[in-house]
Design a protein around this ligand. Structure first.
Ligand SMILES: NC(=O)C1=CN([C@@H]2O[C@H](COP(=O)(O)OP(=O)(O)OC[C@H]3O[C@@H](n4cnc5c(N)ncnc54)[C@H](O)[C@@H]3O)[C@@H](O)[C@H]2O)[C@@H](O)CC1
Ligand SMILES: Nc1ncnc2c1ncn2[C@@H]1O[C@H](COP(=O)(O)OP(=O)(O)O)[C@@H](O)[C@H]1O
Ligand SMILES: [K+]
Length: 463
């Protein structure tokens, strides 16, 4: 079960969680007070004496703004409130009444705190409000969004207005919302921090990716009990080679390449199996099969994918194989399965499996149900979705991962974790974490081969 700080909530789930707190004796006012004071603590440190302008809207996000302003004012900061709309909720009105400072038409520079709209945003900002937000953002040297930048849709991270300013920090109140970890919204939020307000476990079916815990091999381990991965090669031997290099450092004890020949730069750690593919796959010790990197799209590729699905081993399907797979091919397949599409592959799979929803999260979740596979929908806002509806949102990894071959390395790592654990959701989560951690260790400007070499150190960091 997700820890409260890892759960990701929809607006409806957030309201239900809030009602549970109210049933337990809290009031909206006490929650607003706590949220505002705790957010003010962050802003106090960030402002470091600079003046603060708080833009307050009509709802409870605006109410938070009045609490923030009053808290900072009492601590001696120069605070100005800009309030283009009167408060409309009882709690916001009471927070405004408790504010003893200045309300003005414009700010005084320094730190801009956006409390215009939060999770209650229902439509795009009107032109006047949008230009007021833009102007305040331009005339202040630091920008903080409270809960969400105004103009962001909480449940899917859509931007309802063009030209929403970029923020330096976004303080999520109470719990993470989907927008905090979804494109395009997350790209304008700057650093994201969670301000706890005492919300418990709210029955979320989405959570953030957590750091895994690995263990050293058991005392009686041997190369096959640690996991045997078979990477199915094709004409582009570099891609399968990268996958093998990722796999060998991610926990599996043995990595085999089923291909005619090794890549010229292949390391001695990769075992070539050049007999017929069904014969290689018949090995009962096989813990996971990876098919796709370098496979090609021709008849031979189709036949090799058929052989893999027929063998019925735990399988990771990536790259070219994602273009070839279809509902008929999966009909008789019942072993653990992981699919690793990037955005383009996800769109094509959605078409092929008649998936209706268009948003990344819903699309990945529906595809997981339709295929019985764990889906790793890749990108800066990676979603890992399981067939039972559970989902894991992966905090953005290094954008230096946008380099050819990094997906092949990921597929190899995930296959390695699948061979080691037998659990496709766990393999996807651990694999994604290792990939991101390896990238972090590589710093700037790395190649996919360098990334693969860093996987061992990433693994060691989670022992
Ligand atoms: N859920 C919780 O547990 C807590 C929520 N709090 C705050 O409450 C916020 C949600 O409050 P609300 O539901 O009142 O929502 P908002 O404060 O986001 O505003 C909603 C109000 O704005 C109006 N509105 C929506 N879009 C508009 C637009 N484009 N132009 C003009 N008016 C528009 C709505 O009709 C409604 O009156 C959260 O983001 C958070 O900041 C906190 O006070 C602490 C506790
Ligand atoms: N801008 C980015 N930020 C974070 N991760 C990224 C970014 N771009 C790509 N990635 C990650 O890099 C990998 C690229 O995979 P893929 O597109 O299949 O590449 P390839 O086919 O070239 O190997 C995925 O794990 C993806 O999530
Ligand atoms: K806001």
């Amino acid at each position: 079960m997700a820890q409260a700080s890892e759960q990701v909530l929809t607006v409806a789930q957030m309201r239900a969680a809030e009602e549970a707190l109210i049933a337990a004796g809290e009031t909206i006012d006490s929650l607003m007070q706590r949220a505002g004071e705790r957010a003010a603590e962050w802003i106090w440190r960030i402002a470091a004496g600079r003046p603060v302008t708080v833009l307050c809207g009509p709802g409870n996000n605006g109410g938070d703004g009045y609490v923030i302003a009053e808290t900072l004012r009492r601590r001696g900061l120069l605070v100005t409130i800009v309030a283009p709309l009167e408060p409309r909720t009882g709690a916001a009105r009471r927070a405004r009444a408790a504010y003893g400072g200045e309300i003005a038409a414009r700010g005084k520079g320094g730190v801009f705190v956006d409390c215009l709209f939060g999770s209650g945003l229902a439509r795009p900002l009107g032109a006047e409000l949008a230009s007021m937000v833009g102007e305040l953002a331009r005339t202040h040297s630091y920008r903080i969004a409270i809960d969400l930048p105004s103009g962001v849709a909480s449940d899917d991270g859509a931007l309802l207005n063009e030209d929403i300013p970029r923020y330096d920090v976004t303080l999520a109140l109470g719990a993470w919302k989907f927008a905090h970890w979804s494109m395009p919204a997350m790209a304008i939020m700057g650093q994201r921090r969670l301000v706890p307000i005492g919300l418990g476990e709210a029955g979320a079916d989405a959570r953030l990716l957590a750091r895994p815990r690995f263990a050293a091999p058991a005392i009686d381990a041997h190369k096959y009990t640690r996991g045997l991965v078979t990477v199915v090669g094709g004409p582009i031997s570099g891609a399968s080679q990268l996958a093998c290099e990722g796999a060998i450092r991610a926990g599996a004890g043995t990595v085999r390449l089923a291909a005619d020949k090794l890549h010229p730069a292949a390391s001695a750690d990769i075992v070539l199996k050049d007999m017929a593919l069904p014969e290689v796959l018949a090995d009962e010790r096989t813990g996971a099969v990876l098919v796709g990197p370098g496979l090609g799209l021709d008849e031979r590729a189709r036949a090799r994918l058929r052989d893999v699905l027929h063998a019925g081993r735990p399988t990771v399907v990536d790259a070219d194989a994602l273009r070839l797979i279809d509902p008929a091919g999966l009909e008789a397949f019942s072993a653990p399965l992981v699919l690793t599409p990037h955005e383009g592959e996800l769109a094509q799979l959605a078409k092929c499996f008649a998936i209706e929803p268009e948003g990344k999260f819903d699309r990945a979740r529906t595809l997981a149900r339709a295929t019985g596979a764990v889906i790793i929908a890749k990108g800066p806002d990676t979603v890992i979705a399981a067939p039972d509806g559970h989902a894991v949102l992966a905090p953005s990894a290094s954008s230096w991962l946008a380099v050819a071959g990094s997906g092949d390395v990921l597929a190899g790592i995930v296959a390695s974790r699948l061979a080691a654990t037998g659990d496709p959701l766990r393999a996807a989560c651990e694999g994604h974490w290792l990939h991101g951690e390896a990238a972090r260790r590589c710093g700037a400007m790395f190649t996919a081969s360098e990334l693969a070499r860093a996987v061992g150190d990433a693994y060691a960091a989670a022992l």
